[in-house]
Design a protein. Sequence first.
Length: 390
Amino acid sequence: MKGQNLYSRRGFNQLIVSAGLMGVAGIAQRPAFGTTSRYFTVQEFDGRHLFATPGGEPFFAISFNHIDSSAMRYPENIHLWQGRYGASEERWIKERVAPDLKAWGFNSIGWNQEVVLREPHYHWHSPNWTRDHYNWAGMPYFHNLAFLEAHRWKLGRKWPDVYSRDFEMWCDYVARENCAALADDANLIGYYFTDVPLLVNKSDRYPAKDTIHDPELLKTSAGRAKIAKDTRRYYQVACDAIRRYDTNHLIFGDRYNLATPMPEPVIDTAAEFIDAIGVQLAGALEDISLTMTRWSERTGLPFIVADATRTNKRDPAGGSRHDPEKYDFLLNAMRENRHCLGVNLCGGFVRNRARQKGVYDEQERPDQEAIDGFTKTNRGIREWYSGLVS
């Protein structure tokens, strides 16, 4: 192995806690420096952060998000679902999804859930995949844990009382339902939590929705301390629940929205518990690397682009399409950032009537321009990180 050093944020924090330099409860054990693992870890290769596979090889995540078969079951196309795949989710994943993603150069599956309803009073996603789905795909993957549903795009959810017994019981259920089934899966990279939580800013779509933290708290030291305290409690309860059932996999926490404020008390406190900062893209692609470099250098953590949403272009027929040029720019910019662990593309495998974006349309006609662009860019990225192996 060339230039390899094991990097474990949680292991590092444990050393600090043991030395009495950080009074943080709930930080779980991680592999010590210099050890090997049967699971994905974060390591340093030639002076930059990358994932390391269970075999110890460098791995820059090139992931595809939002894979849902329900778009194959509209009245107008269900005959394809029945005729081509025998109405079988297993066959669809084995015969269509996994072979295509691999052929296009993707090396992993990101957040699989797809938006299936996006209306003024309802915004909903498809269910999480199960262990069976991931086994059918046979690819490394990330898994989402909905400890709280404070997503900025979702109406009707509030910040829970994180100090309550109810919240502890809920987190235990989420971890028991998910992590217990995935704990020994070497293909699992790690866990995400809430998507773009509404931290201190109001939602344009749902202005009546409460923020997690009162923005006025940021104006005083006591207020910032309260935000940090509440964040610490949230992450402590959630991470303790995970570690009761899974001591093996990485934790990335919430996927923060670069289009909205990321308060320092939140990110600094979350950094005590997570292995990398997860973000959803927003704003100019040219600004993303600089922004995340600042956060990585502040916290000492690498970052991962957990939902790359700025690689689209308008579709004259309605909705949007993938833009290969923007995708190539983003992937190569993140390749050049030594703190970046990978990019999860905001995909849409089959274009549905909510997101209105996908590599295939309802009749399984491919967007060949996007496919060709993905394939060329992804192959270049894979050649690069594979070259880090001696």
